[in-house]
Design a protein around this ligand. Structure first.
Ligand SMILES: Cc1cc2nc3c(=O)[nH]c(=O)nc-3n(C[C@H](O)[C@H](O)[C@H](O)COP(=O)(O)OP(=O)(O)OC[C@H]3O[C@@H](n4cnc5c(N)ncnc54)[C@H](O)[C@@H]3O)c2cc1C
Length: 428
């Protein structure tokens, strides 16, 4: 039997468990990366999180730490100098970071996705040999920037219309010209605005009759002429993401900035749906953090607070039990989803992704809500992390393309209809 964890002075105390629980065998690489993330998170990110949130500023110092520890290159293939982490490894590491600073984890996701999409996802897609060779040449440029220069990428897609929900072509247009593209458009909620070195935008190749199949994925350097960051940023939660608006006015983007060959993004979105499921690990981490805080609070073990115990009241015990049940449900579906990621998943797996994404986002907020109610008034003071976790958790189910509403929308439809099925049109 495992020994009861001891604090340095010999008294037993609550030790927060690993984010992946203790049911899964982890690879050596997973253990190493999770240990790096946990140490940075505990010792560096958590102490900075209050100021990042209060001032709504980008966590540059956390990125310096992640750069130094090699986390910016987590999903860069090994042959390009990265860790070559797979989907499951990445989402566990992102969740661990989310325990300590939600804004860092969410923005980290935008950065890492540029390497996942151009990396192991692109490897699974159909491309001509010429496109494959060209993609290999171009992605080596992007990976070199990250591995050798520590550059940061972001993923501004949202435009305020139907495109980010996957229902229309992107309004931002890329017109093909000699040696590259001229980009015009606007992206809202652009996390890492003014902080990323490259904005990895989705846009539409500008040609007559263009559809979603003409989507392009381009890296736009922050300092290119015609790129502007605009608008203020004073939101409820996830304040350190600094998701301001980006404007692109006649921006010339060289061909070498293609993060995927022309036309390949649409194939990725159809065949690798887990590509959109990387937003939820942050919220798995927040759920765990809210639970950890509650247990420490009720045991009188929150650092800097008087050691007042509140755990003896039955109502507290019931509430913590409810939180733990939700947390374990969330973790189970999170890990199942992490392991299931692949190209061309079956219909059941696809439905499972929506269910997992919905569950993680909604449960994170519910666990935070229970935590505030259970811990009581002092727990919502800004000097403690819970009220930030509560606000950050509210943002999860708003993220397109899979908001909670859109997950329900897709699930309901796809549970009841097979591909191509239609109902008869009503006569009247
Ligand atoms: C903290 C934070 C960081 C973000 N960072 C980024 C980022 O880095 N990059 C990025 O691209 N975006 C980012 N976003 C934007 C996010 O993904 C959404 O695009 C944004 O929240 C949408 O806001 P909206 O009110 O314009 O949504 P709307 O498009 O107005 O949608 C409102 C709601 O209506 C529902 N809805 C929308 N379309 C449909 C439809 N066709 N059918 C049925 N229901 C629908 C959805 O549930 C949606 O939540 C971020 C958002 C937040 C809150």
């Amino acid at each position: 039997m495992a020994a009861v964890p001891q604090s340095p002075n010999g008294a037993s105390r609550y030790m927060p468990p690993p984010i992946a629980g203790e049911y899964s065998a982890l690879t050596d690489k997973q253990k190493t990366l999770l240990e790096i993330a946990a140490t940075l998170g505990r010792e560096r990110f958590a102490p900075r999180a209050e100021a990042v949130d209060r001032d709504a500023v980008f966590p540059f110092a956390n990125y310096d730490d992640m750069r130094e520890a090699g986390l910016l290159r987590i999903c860069v293939p090994e042959k390009h100098g990265g860790w070559g982490a797979d989907f499951a490894t990445y989402v566990m590491v992102a969740a661990e970071i989310g325990r300590h600073c939600g804004a860092t984890a969410l923005t980290y996701n935008m950065h890492v996705c540029s390497t996942i999409w151009s990396g192991f996802i692109a490897d699974d897609l159909d491309m001509s040999a010429a496109d494959r060779a060209e993609h290999e040449r171009i992605r080596a440029i992007h990976y070199r920037r990250i591995v050798e220069e520590g550059k940061i990428y972001s993923q501004p897609f949202s435009e305020g219309g139907a495109a980010a929900a996957g229902k229309a072509p992107w309004g931002t247009l890329a017109r093909k010209v000699d040696g590259g593209y001229v980009v015009n458009g606007k992206k809202i909620f652009a996390s890492l605005a003014g902080a990323a070195d490259y904005y990895g935008i989705l846009c539409t190749l500008d040609r007559p009759g263009a559809t979603q199949r003409d989507s392009m994925y381009l890296a736009v350097h922050r300092d290119l002429p015609g790129v502007t960051v605009t608008g203020d940023w004073d939101p409820l939660g996830m304040r350190g993401t600094v998701s301001r608006t980006l404007l692109f006015k006649d921006v010339f983007v060289p061909e070498s900035e293609r993060l995927m060959p022309e036309g390949i993004y649409a194939q990725a979105a159809l065949r690798w749906p887990h590509m959109f499921a990387t937003l939820s690990p942050t919220y798995m981490g927040i759920a765990q953090a809210a639970y950890d805080f509650t247990v420490q609070y009720l045991r009188g073990e929150v650092p800097g607070m008087p050691p007042v115990k509140r755990r003896m009241y039955p109502t507290k015990q019931v509430a913590v039990a409810e939180m733990k049940i939700r947390l374990e449900q969330t973790r189970a579906i999170f890990l199942q989803n992490a392991r299931a990621a692949c190209v061309d998943p079956s219909k059941e797996v696809r439905l499972g992704i929506y269910a997992a994404h919905y569950t993680i986002m909604e449960n994170a907020n519910e666990i935070c809500r229970l935590a505030v109610r259970t811990c009581g008034g002092q727990s919502m003071l800004k000097s403690l992390p819970l009220e930030r976790l509560y606000r950050d958790s509210r943002c999860g189910s708003l993220m397109l393309p899979w908001t909670a509403e859109l997950c329900v929308d897709r699930l309901g439809r796809e549970c009841l209809y097979e591909s191509g099925e239609r109902d008869e049109e009503p006569v009247l």
